[in-house]
Design a binder for this molecule. Sequence first.
Ligand code: SR1
Ligand code: MG
Length: 408
Amino acid sequence: MEFSRLTEAAVPSYLRSLPAMGEHFSSFDALAVVEVGDGNLNYVYLVTNRRQPAETVVLKQAVPYLRVVGESWPLTRHRMRIEIAALQHFRTLCPRHVPEVFHADPERSLVIMQRLREHRILRGALLEGQLFDQAAEHLATFMARSLFFSSDFHLSPQDKRQALARFINVELCKITEDLIFTHPYDDSQTNSYNPALPRAAIDRIQRNPRLRAAVGELKFAFMTRAEALLHGDLHVGSVMVSARETYVIDPEFAFYGPMGFDVGILLANFFLGWYGQGARGGATAPAAQRWLLDSAVRCWEGFAQQFMTLWQQHEAQDGFIGRDLDGGSRQAFREAFMRRLFEDSLGFAGCEMVRRVLGLAKVADIAAIEDLQVRASAETAALRMAERLLLERGTADSIQQVLTWLRA
Ligand code: SR1
Ligand code: MG
């Protein structure tokens, strides 16, 4: 089917043509349509019945190019099929933390879903000094459930391989391979640097052979270790929050990869937020910094504890490693697995931090700091932390120890 982008003007008649929308709108003649997409890839419309403002949905459409760059960077619309499948899959596992899909149209590359009216994107809310008591626990639950239930610890080998095939996501994985694991370590055209960032800080990352080798190990893990269905882009811009609720959105980068990638991306974004808040200062910064570190701890510890519990409760009857010879071998394997997962998470966190400072798609936490010298001091410190995460990831015994690196 030839692609046509749905314009704002065309959205009401399109919705009217869908029987499923009869459950969400009592009439279609006073729909307000506002395009709000501020992400890098897609168009996003909020659609509301002016007569009944509680009647509202989100419509998201993928276009055959990268929106942030334009038609000169073509991208197939397959990513919307992945996003729809991932939203539906994650929703069955975590209904409290994933929006409901009301209608999916893979031919038109669009999805219509629950509008989270009370909720805000976590990154923006944090930048305004808002804090959320339950978000870390909810994110830990999302990660534990999504990663455990899609893994070989729960699925039969046949089901796991079918799921893996369903979520082959070549193009978006290639974006990650380039933007996170490759380009920041060369003077790639997709990079951009704060002019006040000293060249020595960039060289320290790009000219360190040990660091490059560490990133190579992580890139290879990303490309080859199909451990679980990942969200694939789990930063604080992919999370919507209210005082009591947390939702994970935008899983178009979903694929089967190493579990530590999702955990690490999230940790990195808490750490980047911590550096940004420290550099900006202001009345709300100390509390925001405490929240960010506390959230890093609660996300990792909550995730690890819930993942282990799910594993103990739901492991296939024979156990992943078969007979438990001495009564402790299954638990010993689990603990070794979690140690490696922690190490992976720290490494991926280091990669994400480097990319958000040197590469494409920066984070407002740091990039929106207007004073370039102040911004550079946050970037230099973040790069030092990333370096430690990459080079010393095997030496950390706990997330608390990692926080001592951050504060050093
Ligand atoms: C070119 S797409 C840039 C970034 O946006 C997404 O959120 C991913 O993080 C991707 O790397
Ligand atoms: Mg996104």
